[in-house]
Design a protein. Structure first.
Length: 401
């Protein structure tokens, strides 16, 4: 825990997450965002059967290890894990093998697991987990503000500039460990976003669901949100906090099945505290957001039941449940992004036709990413946005904006 902890840049959430670790005395730094070089390195070291996030994660680690001044004896890689069944549960093992083969045996790997809903690490695991949670919620809310304002901005680039300024202000507040300072950043966000020059117009709103890394990472998803915006849409993205609530849901279910009352109570208490923190962070900005409130995971799982038993878990449960949730909220289309060969996401594509049928044939587009540049992506998106507009009109709702 005295070593430098390298946190992968899966999404902007990594910035306040590392700040929370620093508050508790851990020397955490965020690695560079994945790029073409990360992808090329990852592909050269993997067998080709892995999924796209695996390539970029491997590439990011190798890139970091090649930087001047990198000291393996002083390095810990932060790589959360799961108990499976998808490949993510094997990332840690693969990274260990690759690091050892590169002569970097001294690099440690720290892997909080979704199995116990990331119970934390370091000397203050519970407090650290909650501070990370506050940072994640803040980053999710800032991203919602960004995506609900950017398509309508009068001065191009203003929303992104404000978003990044606030993201780093949030990280600074989180690093102090003060919840009220973090709430203060959300109050500042409300003031600054409401002062942006905005020109509202009717746009179809698209719900973005799918594999968590891909939907959050602009490089790997080839800037999908901006592409939809440039074609006349607005995007609501499933949040990262949704996944963390989902791990609580899983831990509660397992405790119930095992008859472990202590574990159940502990997880339930943590879930309640998380909800309180979410409420504190949301309150200042709620009136600016149309997509302010997250539906509870239990409601998403109820959405699943006709198609998929939630006890099977995996991201499939969230993607299906959230897509239905978005449709119930009146959105005009569902975009489902998936890495090639991703087991949970491929399951979703098999179920999607039945879900669509029951949702008045809501436009639904699966985009599969295979680590190559997708050449026809704009053509497919153009047709999809057209369908979404027509779907909104057909339902008499018109495009919302
Ligand atoms: S969810 Fe899919 S893409 Fe993500 S790690 Fe698992 S198999 Fe790979």
């Amino acid at each position: 825990m005295t070593k430098t902890i390298y946190v992968p840049y899966m999404a902007d959430h990594a910035v306040p997450m590392a700040a929370a670790m620093r508050h508790y005395g851990l020397n955490a730094v965020v690695m560079d965002e994945p790029d073409a070089e990360s992808l090329a390195i990852g592909q050269s070291l993997c067998l080709g059967k892995e999924c796209l996030p695996c390539f970029t994660c491997v590439g990011d680690i190798v890139k970091q290890s090649r930087k001047p001044g990198f000291n393996p004896a002083n390095a810990t890689l932060f790589m959360p894990t799961t108990g499976g069944p998808c490949r993510f549960g094997q990332y840690r093992a693969l990274h260990r093998v690759l690091l050892d083969e590169m002569g970097l045996q001294a690099v440690d790997i720290i892997s909080p697991t979704a199995e116990n809903s990331y119970q934390g690490f370091g000397e203050h695991p519970v407090a650290l987990r909650l501070l990370i949670w506050r940072g994640v919620v803040g980053a999710d809310l800032l991203r919602k503000l960004r995506y609900e304002h950017r398509p309508y901005e009068v001065n191009v680039g203003e929303t992104d500039a404000l978003y990044y300024e606030l993201l780093y202000a949030l990280a600074d507040a989180i690093e102090t460990g003060s919840g009220s300072r973090a709430v203060g950043v959300m109050k500042e966000a409300a003031r600054r976003f409401s002062a942006l020059s905005i020109h509202r117009e009717a746009r179809p709103i698209i719900g973005l669901v799918g594999e968590i890394y891909l939907r959050a990472n602009d490089f790997t998803n080839q800037d999908i949100v901006r592409r939809i915006e440039s074609l006349g849409g607005e995007v609501w993205v499933a949040t990262l906090m949704e996944w963390l609530y989902f791990t609580n849901y899983g831990a509660l279910s397992r405790a119930r099945m095992a008859g472990d009352a202590f574990d159940w109570l502990k997880t339930q208490a943590a879930d309640l505290v998380q909800r309180r923190i979410e409420h504190e962070m949301l309150k200042p900005v709620a009136s600016l957001l149309r997509n302010a409130h997250e539906s509870p995971v239990s409601a998403l799982m109820e959405n699943d039941r006709p198609y998929y038993d939630p006890v099977l878990g995996t991201e499939s449960a969230l993607s299906i449940g959230k897509a239905i949730d978005f449709a119930k909220l009146g959105l005009s289309g569902i975009l489902h992004v998936l890495p090639l060969n991703c087991m949970p996401a491929t399951t979703v594509t098999g179920i999607a036709p039945k879900v669509r049928q029951d949702l008045d044939r809501i436009p639904w587009l699966d985009i599969t990413y295979d680590a190559q540049a997708i050449t026809n992506i704009n053509t497919r998106l153009e047709a999809f946005i057209y369908q979404a507009r027509e779907y909104g009109r057909r339902r008499g709702e018109g495009a919302r904006g």
